[in-house]
Design a protein around this ligand. Structure first.
Ligand code: 5GP
Length: 207
């Protein structure tokens, strides 16, 4: 029995190439989960195989800037020259329905979420070594070498902000990493501050 019925907003960050997307997919394969992935909006061009509305909503700079003006984002940031943002609509409804909403965003955006939704859970994913990250980023072959360099420099700056997160998860193995995040979500639900009110109501026979 789960005392906290509201879903959790789980914010996942980590340097480019660390495997956030792969871990997320493994997380969604865990049986009986009630996870929802919040699809972000971006101005970057789709990579081969990426699908509109599944990986991202791909928009022009003009459309994105209109969204900013209309207050349509929970958070947004510029990452190596492109906009990325989390659409606000939909998230709160899903949380109220008890779904765990997973968002995968870079650090500046995560810090904005920390301000706006302090009860979200913040997970920072790190590679088992620096070399592993360079190898992964190079092997996926989706970026030119200048772009890889920019992403590696960005990774250095992101590591320096990892202390602002609640949890650090090492991606030594995708399924282990997904498992650890699953365990974090379960433990977070059991936290006293999330469950005590419901418990008292039950004890008073009010529910
Ligand atoms: P990529 O171009 O590799 O798909 O994403 C670049 C970075 O932007 C990654 O760190 C990714 O997590 C982050 N990102 C993706 N969606 C969002 C978003 O909605 N907001 C923010 N702030 N970052 C995002």
């Amino acid at each position: 029995m789960k005392l906290n019925e509201r879903g959790l907003l789980v914010v996942i960050s980590g340097p480019s190439g660390v495997g956030k997307g792969t871990i997320r997919k493994a997380l969604f394969e865990i049986p009986d989960n009630n996870f929802i992935y919040s699809v972000s909006m971006t101005t970057r061009k789709p990579r081969a195989g990426e699908v509109e509305g599944v990986d991202y909503f791909f928009v022009s700079r003009e459309e994105f800037e209109l969204g900013i003006k209309n207050g349509e984002f929970l958070e947004y940031a510029e990452f190596v020259g492109e906009y990325y943002g989390t659409p606000l609509s939909y998230i709160d409804k899903q949380l109220q329905e008890g779904k765990e909403v997973i968002i995968e965003i870079e650090v500046q955006g995560a810090l904005q979420v920390r301000e706006k939704m302090p009860d979200a859970v913040f997970v920072f994913i790190v590679p088992p070594s620096k070399k592993a990250l360079i190898d992964r980023l190079t092997a996926r072959g989706t970026e030119r070498s200048s772009e890889i360099q920019r992403r590696l420099e960005k990774a250095e700056r992101e590591y320096n902000l990892a202390y602002k997160y609640d949890y650090i998860v090492v991606n030594d193995d995708v399924f282990n990493a997904a498992d650890r995040i699953f365990a974090i979500i379960r433990a977070e639900h059991a936290k006293t501050e999330r469950s005590i009110h419901k418990y008292y109501k039950l004890m008073e026979g009010k529910e």
